[in-house]
Design a protein. Structure first.
Length: 252
């Protein structure tokens, strides 16, 4: 029940959904004869929908999250016993390879995890992520891809029951104990993940993957047109800011 409520809040808190809800309120206001309120709400909904679909706005929202930690270069990687890769989404189907079944974030995370493991092959590769919304467990997809790319099955630990980051933090804590470990996840997700891991009593070392901001360096005319990638950036950033707020108030 709690997980469902969190999913609903996360869905309704995205800019697009907020714009849709305001648009519905505008329709209701007009049906009740409040033409001025309906017009104001309609303008607000359209403005929010348009602004949140612009590349520079999405970039500006997600960039502060992605600049908290810098990526690890080959000469900067510490010797650790564990490399932890947090889950994303995995939807296997007949006839497609595992690389197609993992989403963009998940693929970037596990590839970075494997890269780090190749530079530190004494470590255990801990892949995380349980099934959500009827999908398969991302940890299983990660493990499958890691094995196909040369990681020994004996070096892989799959945590395939945790359904969100707070559950992943508790599951990881049971495996790594007090040993420092590399924490691999998308750069925008890392600030919240680090806080939850530290709250679980672990000692994570940030290893960000999948940087999405910085694509826009100069303003172009086409940047004033709606863009689906910008919508995604805005939604991801909003979700993370809301998640950080819940961590701060102790709700996660």
């Amino acid at each position: 029940m709690l997980s469902t409520a969190k999913d609903m809040v996360g869905l309704l808190a995205t800019p697009v959904m907020v714009a849709i809800l305001i648009a519905i309120m505008a329709v209701i206001a007009r049906m009740r004869g409040s033409l001025r309120a309906g017009r104001t709400l309609a303008i607000l909904a359209a403005t929010l929908g348009y602004v949140s679909s612009l590349g520079p706005v999405g970039n500006a929202l997600i960039r502060p999250l992605e600049t908290v930690f810098t990526p690890l270069r080959d000469g900067q990687i510490p010797r650790v016993k564990f490399i932890v890769v947090l889950g994303s989404s995995y939807a296997p189907r007949d006839g497609i390879p595992v690389t197609a079944a993992l989403d963009q974030d998940g693929l970037a995370r596990i590839v970075e995890g494997i890269r780090l493991w190749r530079l530190n092959q004494d470590a255990r590769l801990v892949v995380s992520g349980g099934p959500t919304r009827g999908e398969a467990a991302p940890a299983q997809g990660y493990a499958k891809l890691a094995e196909s790319l040369g990681v020994s099955p004996s070096a892989i630990v799959a945590l395939d029951h945790a359904r969100d980051t707070s559950e992943e933090a508790r599951a990881v804590a049971r495996v790594v104990g007090q040993d420092p470990f590399l924490l691999v996840t998308s750069a925008f997700h890392l600030p919240r993940a680090m806080k939850l891991m530290e709250r679980a009593g672990t000692r994570p070392i940030p290893a960000p993957a999948n940087f999405m901001s910085g694509r826009i360096t100069t303003l172009r005319v086409r940047d004033l047109l709606p863009d689906s990638a910008a919508v995604r950036d805005a939604e991801l950033a909003t979700h993370e800011y809301l998640g950080l707020l819940t961590v701060w108030v102790g709700a996660q």
